[in-house]
Design a binder for this molecule. Structure first.
Ligand SMILES: C[S@@+](CC[C@H](N)C(=O)[O-])C[C@H]1O[C@@H](n2cnc3c(N)ncnc32)[C@H](O)[C@@H]1O
Length: 260
């Protein structure tokens, strides 16, 4: 199908990255647009405190969290187009960055085909927020020169025999339920049993938890994680000799986890 001509009567849609959750980790551009938005269609990963940045807007929840019913993607696309026909500023607010594991391609295609003007505003993706939260760089001179951001989550009908990437540092999105399989695949591929693994749950939020493991521990799974989880692996995640946890600055639940 050919793109339609630009629909000059319609409003504009902004795909905005909300960052990992904390309201002050969105960009200034994103926050400014949120404050001007007529409608905000947001994911489940977008926090309540972030939505306080757009009290004037009509808010529509279109996200999903593990197992709960989600709004079908084609219906989200239709809602974006319908709202742009009626309103000047429509925001599609997504957790992290919209261009990573965010189905932006489908939304951009639908809007472009409908002739709706669209702009993308980047956000801090969880991998970078988690590296900051844990004070563990994903690259390290002489140790780790490449980073792969990957997921084993597949589309319906797609083979789940996805290969784990071969980079020095691996960051797995949507990996909580896949932890056992991921660990088994990496051990079978020759990664050492003591390979450092850092898991961050609810990154940047009040209930953030940080778990430091080895690859052999990951093989036991991450059954007690309920929030969104990011799994980071590699030698760059090995704690520095000088490293001490700043436990007093962490929420109580994180301290309990670290000392367990
Ligand atoms: C559909 S992907 C969206 C990724 C997002 N576009 C980004 O750039 O971070 C959802 C996954 O991102 C990760 N994630 C998002 N927010 C998170 C957070 N605050 N803490 C930990 N992981 C998070 C989890 O792996 C979650 O399953």
């Amino acid at each position: 199908m050919q793109p339609s001509h630009h629909n000059s009567k319609a409003g504009k849609v902004y795909l905005i990255g909300a960052g990992p959750g904390a309201a002050d980790l969105i960009t200034l551009r994103g926050a400014r647009l949120l404050a001007q938005a007529d409608v905000v269609l947001h994911d489940a990963l977008v926090t309540e405190e972030m939505l306080e940045l757009c009290p004037q807007a009509i808010k529509i929840a279109v996200g999903k969290r593990c197992g709960k019913l989600s709004t079908a993607q084609h219906f989200i696309n239709k809602q974006l187009i319908d709202n742009a026909q009626k309103h000047a500023i429509v925001v599609r607010l997504k957790g992290g960055d919209p261009m990573l594991f965010g189905r932006a391609d489908e939304e951009l295609s639908a809007l472009e085909l409908a002739g709706i003007e669209v702009e993308v505003v980047p956000g801090i993706t969880t991998a970078l927020a988690a590296a900051a939260a844990t004070r563990q760089p994903l690259t390290k001179r002489g140790v780790a020169r490449s980073v792969a951001l990957f997921t084993s989550s597949t589309a319906p009908g797609e083979s789940n025999e996805t290969r784990v990437p071969d980079s020095d540092t691996l960051v797995q999105y949507m990996g909580g339920k896949e932890a056992i399989l991921t660990a088994q695949r990496l051990l079978a591929a020759g990664r050492p049993a003591d390979w450092p693994v850092v898991v961050v749950e609810n990154c940047s939020r009040a209930d953030q938890r940080i778990l430091r493991l080895q690859l052999s521990d990951l093989e036991q799974g991450l059954a007690d994680c309920e929030g969104p989880v990011l799994v980071m692996m590699g030698e760059s995640l090995r704690t520095r000799d000088s490293f001490t946890e700043q436990q007093s600055e962490l929420p109580a639940v994180t301290r309990a986890y670290l000392t367990a």
